[in-house]
Every structure is written in C-alpha cells, then in structure tokens.
Design a protein around this ligand. Structure first.
Ligand code: ADP
Ligand code: MG
Length: 262
C-alpha cells in the first residue's frame, strides 16, 4: 500500500503539489488524471523518490520512502516513463536485464536467476521475439513493451506509468492496457497509471485520482469522477457522459467548441 500524507512539493519555491493526502491499496489499478501542468508527473516522481517533497510523508507499506535506499525503492517500485530514449544500441534483452540491477551488488554480474527473470518478463509482455533486436530499431509500441518488461524484471510490487500509451494507435493502446490489467490481476501488481485519455482511464481503472492545479479535486470510481460537472470545473469543457454500450463504463462525449450543441 502507498500512503501519502500532506505532501507538498515546489520547484524553486514555486508550489506544484499542495497538501496531497491519499492512499492506494495493494493490487489496485488506479488512474491519475488531470489537465496539463496539474502535477501528475511531479507526483509520480515523488512517489518513486526521484523528487524529494519539501513537506509530508510517503509510506510504501510500513516503510517511509525517505528511509529506503534507492535500490530498496527500485525493488518495490518500477517506473515506465512517458518516453524512453536510449543513446546506445543495446538489445532489448540487455535493456530488460538492466531491470535486475537493484538486486546486484557493486560490479557483480547477472546471475542465472536474473537471466531467467529477464526472459520471463519479455515473455509476459509478449516481447520475447524482440530479445535480439536493437532497442532503437523497433516500433514505439514494441519499445513500450520492452520498457514495461524492464520494469517487471525489477520484480516490483508497484508499477507507475506516465502516459504510457500517448504515442500509440488505438490497437496498441488497448494491447498495453490489457497487458497491465493481466499483470494487475495475475500478479496482484499495484498499477498507478497517468493518462490524458479519460475514456481509457475510465475503462481500465478501478479508482481515479483527479488532480487540478496541484491539488486533489476528487477521488473515486470512474462513475464518481467522470461527471460532466467535474469535467467542466477542471477542464472547462462541456461534455456529455454516457455509458459505453460495449462495457457499461462512463464515457465522455465532447463537441467542437465552435459548434453549438444540438
Ligand atoms: P503534468 O504531468 O500534470 O502535466 P507536471 O508535473 O509535469 O504536470 O508539471 C506541474 C507543474 O510543474 C507545471 O506548472 C510545470 O511547468 C512545472 N514543472 C514541471 N517540471 C518542472 C521542472 N523540472 N522545473 C520547474 N518546473 C517544473
Ligand atoms: Mg506529465
């Protein structure tokens, strides 16, 4: 479980996250939504210890994040950034094997079990056939699977993803989301997923945290959060909410701003 209490974060005295308090349960699939600049990426970076909040506390289970060494954090939490760039032409297999580094001491080379775990992570993400390919010579969707495989090789309890599907077509978006859902259900992996796509978040997340201007505007089920009044207050957009006829989850319809609503 992640527990966040009264978290405040500022870049150069400019407050970005203000007094955030929330928790995410073990095995939950949680969405973090909110407009551009509302603090989603900053919050993810605080949750994995990349940024140090000025005030407040973050607990991973019983442990205060501040009391954990970076390797100990990486054994619990893995991060999939929005975009990953690789300066060298590592193979996909080598990239995934890097996910084992939190478990290695100093210059120790990977053990047999590390190789087995890396192969299993590639298999789980459906990327085994890419093992020998260069990371820079595959498609964006394939690269995202390899980066997720690297995260899984860390054997984390919690997976944080920052807009992992934003550059993918609808088929690949669904493929990644289905993969995350499977990992969440089969391995009880806690997933915190930042998305701009409110419909996709509504479809897959059990609970949504809506950020607005660095504060929590609302937390709840998709039915409680994907509401036209909240969407208008936070995004300034008039929207109609209806149940997706294929799944029953709330989906949002918008009209072009230039067009009067029928
Ligand atoms: P989101 O991911 O919701 O779009 P961010 O967390 O990236 O929002 O940004 C929140 C606010 O913090 C924005 O106003 C942004 O300009 C500012 N910000 C983000 N990163 C930095 C940084 N490295 N230095 C200074 N300000 C930043
Ligand atoms: Mg962001």
């Amino acid at each position: 479980m992640i527990t966040v209490k009264n978290l405040n974060f500022a870049y150069h005295q400019e407050p970005v996250l203000e007094n955030l308090t929330f928790s995410v349960q073990d095995g939950e699939f949680c969405g973090l939504i909110g407009p551009n600049g509302s603090g989603k990426s900053t919050l993810l970076k605080c949750l994995c210890g990349i940024l140090k909040p000025q005030n407040g506390e973050i607990f991973i289970g019983q442990n205060n994040l501040l009391s954990l060494k970076s390797k100990e954090i990486a054994q619990r939490i893995a991060v999939v950034p929005q975009e990953s760039h690789f300066a060298f032409n590592f193979t996909c297999y080598e990239i995934v094997l890097f996910g084992r580094s939190p478990y290695l001491k100093g210059l120790q080379s990977e053990r047999r079990e590390d190789h087995e775990i890396a192969l299993e992570a590639l298999r789980l993400t459906g990327a085994l056939k890419l093992a020998d390919h260069s990371i820079n010579e595959i498609s964006g969707g394939e690269r995202q699977k390899v980066v997720i495989a690297r995260a899984l090789a860390q054997n984390p309890k919690i997976l944080l993803l920052d807009e992992p599907t934003s550059h993918l077509d609808i088929d690949h978006q669904l493929e990644i989301l289905e993969l995350l859902k499977r990992l969440n259900q089969q391995k009880n992996l806690t997933v915190i997923f930042v998305s701009h796509d409110l419909n996709l978040a509504s479809e897959y997340c059990q609970r949504l945290i809506l950020l607005d201007g660095g504060q929590i505007k609302a937390v709840g089920s998709p039915e409680e959060i994907i509401r036209s009044d909240l969407i208008y207050e936070v995004y300034g957009v008039s929207a109609v909410i209806q149940k997706n006829p294929l799944s029953g989850t709330p989906h949002l319809w918008v009209a072009p701003k230039s067009r009067s609503i029928i």
